[in-house]
Design a protein around this ligand. Structure first.
Ligand SMILES: Cc1ncc(COP(=O)(O)O)c(C=O)c1O
Length: 342
């Protein structure tokens, strides 16, 4: 199957599969009391600083929901973009587990901005009203655009001004780092993010994400929150062995650079087809394009992808570590042939 449907359609990177294989010997401590987990915690601390608190969970929804649970009380509100994964693709898990109201702000490019957030803050201290407490952003965004470190900083300034926390959904954080050409720390911890979901699955892992607290006070009860939230893996070494490989020999960077490069190549090829309109900046590993409705089904039969917006027929084309140049070329050729027959 050839697909641009999702970076979740891809398999497991061979170096990660090999790390899983290597971890599969003898008995080791469970629930994180093992040498592989200790090594990976050290790796995260060397990337983000010794005062970073590091926890591992199964999936992105779990990382987001539990990171937000640690940052809120159930009478709070969480401000995010209307397209945020927490707002539209995690069912009602964020509401159920945090008890909070989600406030989705309109966005045309997936990002939310400091002035927009500040304008939406209202009735703080009013017992009748949900009390905003967290700003949550996705990096890269659901539209595959990327916040600059300055944009993150301006959001964290608003968070500080109102005594809020800044949460970052980094399901695709490696794609963002490569796109910015910066190390992870510059646009997270150094930009005063409080809690980060650090994604692994979309960048070649089988499963597993990390929750990183740069604000250690938020981490104090997290071990209990994770267990209560059913995200504590007993054979933890099989999550952390994957991160061990991802964070070794620049695998995270090699994989994300490739995915981003394939997205750029796809964008470039599709821009040559007058009937197709690229709708978003291609910062990360996704291309958004309005494709004529009449050709969508025929194209999907050969290379599956999702229609993102039924009204406009804007489609989402995702690349991953294993997308090939040939697949990109074949997709563009097929699209061109179908368009010219219209
Ligand atoms: C922006 C974003 N955040 C988080 C996730 C993680 O979701 P999951 O719970 O499926 O791992 C995804 C996956 O699609 C995503 O696109």
């Amino acid at each position: 199957m050839k697909a641009f449907a999702s970076d979740n359609y891809s398999g497991v990177h061979p170096e990660i599969m090999e790390a899983l294989h290597q971890a599969n010997h003898e008995h080791m401590g469970s629930y994180g009391a093992d040498e592989i987990t200790a090594r990976v915690v050290k790796k995260f601390k060397s990337l983000f600083g010794d005062d970073t608190e590091v926890f591992f969970v199964y999936n992105g929804t779990g990382a987001n929901v539990l990171g937000l649970t640690a940052s809120t009380q159930s009478f709070n509100a969480i401000i995010c973009s209307e397209l945020a994964h927490i707002n539209v693709d995690e069912s009602t898990a964020p509401e159920k587990f945090t008890g909070c109201k989600l406030i989705g702000l309109p966005t045309t490019n997936g990002k939310i901005y400091a002035d927009q957030v500040e304008n939406r803050i209202q009735r703080l201290g009013d017992q009748h009203h949900p009390q905003a407490r967290v700003i949550s952003i996705s990096q890269s965004t659901e539209y595959s655009t990327v916040y600059t470190a300055e944009e993150v900083k301006s959001l964290s300034e608003i968070a500080k001004k109102y005594n809020f926390y800044l949460h970052m959904d980094g399901a695709r954080i490696s794609n963002a780092a490569v796109s910015l050409g910066q190390d992870f720390r510059t646009f997270t911890k150094d930009a005063s993010v409080d809690v980060l979901s650090f994604g692994g699955t979309k960048n070649g892992m089988m499963f597993g994400e990390a929750v990183l607290f740069f604000n250690p006070s938020l981490a104090k009860q997290f071990a209990y929150i994770r267990k209560q939230g059913m995200q504590l893996h007993s054979k933890m070494r099989f999550i952390t062995a994957q991160f061990d490989a991802l964070l070794s020999n620049d695998l995270w960077k090699r994989s994300a650079s490739h995915a981003n490069r394939m997205a750029k190549k796809l964008e470039h090829a599709l821009r040559q087809i007058p009937q197709i309109k690229i709708t978003q900046a291609v910062d990360g590993n996704g291309v958004f394009a309005v494709i004529p409705k009449e050709i969508t089904e025929a194209l999907q039969q050969e290379f599956f992808f999702y229609v993102w917006n039924d009204q406009t027929n804007e489609c989402r084309l995702m690349c991953s570590f294993d997308t090939t140049e040939k697949e990109v070329e074949q997709f563009a050729e097929k699209a061109k042939a179908l368009c010219s027959a219209l």
